[in-house]
Design a protein around this ligand. Structure first.
Ligand code: SER
Length: 317
């Protein structure tokens, strides 16, 4: 049985991935790595949790030794909008933190899952059907750290044989834990506001197309890639994965199928708009499909139906 550490386990993806991994591999075999935010509820009660700040190599190493960890899902990261406001913090967490995790993985023979992002692309990248291997050159601090992270993961595999694997996530939409400071966060906020106020003021312009994905598919991508036959992987890291390419108007239209009076208006945030404009409209994820069988379950309307159902219940409480 695998022994897993999830860094960033109280974050948007971590909080749900940790619970899924506990279901799959047993509660006691999945350690929730935390930093400043304490776990609560199920996450806290269902299995072990430990302080595991990725910028503190000793702390990570101690957890890996204590639980004989062989697999690390390294989710602790600073997202794009926060990274623009705090570039030093983004460098420290996204680069130095990743370096620490990879070094510990090398020493203790751990497999490592590391998410990259649509943010690893830049304004010179072909924006439509963005190929797996293409020009990147992002112009955000987030993107700089994500490209460097992709390369570092490839390097640790080639040079030291560390089993690194990863995907380029699009914007992730979820109903459990809010995302923290990303450019794609509007696509989560819009559902909360649709239920609470039947209107939403969006910080990105209409016509801003970005790749998105519903959380169940994001979790499936991580787990399926980590379970994939390594002999079939030509790439190891930074697989493009996507479920839909949408703009705010399309999301509003999808919500109106359930809440006809829903209205959207716009108050554009120039920082996040510039970031979004530098990212792909839609990625080609055929390499992920060919090499490890990637497919998604939720398109926009299926996701909207589920988001509105789950959030209506949650916000009633
Ligand atoms: N959702 C992330 C962000 O907006 C992209 O990886 O920063």
């Amino acid at each position: 049985m695998k022994k897993i550490l999830v860094t960033g386990s109280v974050g948007q993806i971590g909080s749900e991935l940790t619970m899924l991994l506990r279901k799959m591999y047993g509660n006691d075999n999945v350690v929730a790595g935390i930093n400043r935010t304490q776990p609560t509820g199920q996450l806290k009660e269902s299995g072990p949790y430990e302080k595991a700040d990725c910028t503190n190599a000793q702390q990570i190493a101690a957890v890996v030794k204590k639980y004989k960890i062989d697999t690390i899902y390294h989710l602790a990261a600073i997202l794009s909008a926060v990274a623009e406001a705090k570039p030093g913090l983004a460098w420290n967490v996204n680069i130095n933190g990743l370096y620490n995790v990879l070094e510990i993985a090398r020493e203790h023979n751990c497999s490592v899952f590391v998410p990259s992002s649509i943010g690893a692309f830049g304004p010179n990248t072909p924006q439509d059907n963005t190929p797996q291997d293409t020009i990147q050159r992002p112009n955000t601090m987030y993107g700089v750290t994500k490209v460097a992270g992709e390369l570092l993961c490839d390097y640790y595999y080639k040079k030291f044989g560390v089993d690194t694997r990863g995907v380029r996530y699009p914007g992730i939409i979820s109903n459990e834990t809010l995302p923290g400071g990303g450019t794609t966060d509007y696509a989560v906020d819009i559902y909360y506001e649709a239920i609470k106020n039947k209107r939403y003021t969006c910080f990105l312009k209409p016509g801003t197309f970005l790749d998105m994905m519903y959380m169940p598919d994001a979790l499936k991508a991580a787990v399926d890639l980590m379970e994939a036959d390594p002999n079939k992987l030509k790439h190891r890291n930074a697989f493009n994965v996507t479920s839909m390419s949408v703009d705010p108007e399309m999301m509003a239209e999808s919500i109106r199928k359930h809440i006809p009076e829903f209205e959207i208006d716009y108050d554009v945030d120039p920082v996040r708009q510039e970031i979004a404009d530098s990212w792909p409209n839609n990625m080609d994820d055929s390499a992920a499909t060919e090499e490890w069988g990637w497919s998604y379950e939720y398109d926009l309307d299926k996701m909207t139906a589920d988001m509105l159902k789950v959030l209506s219940e949650k916000l009633k409480k």
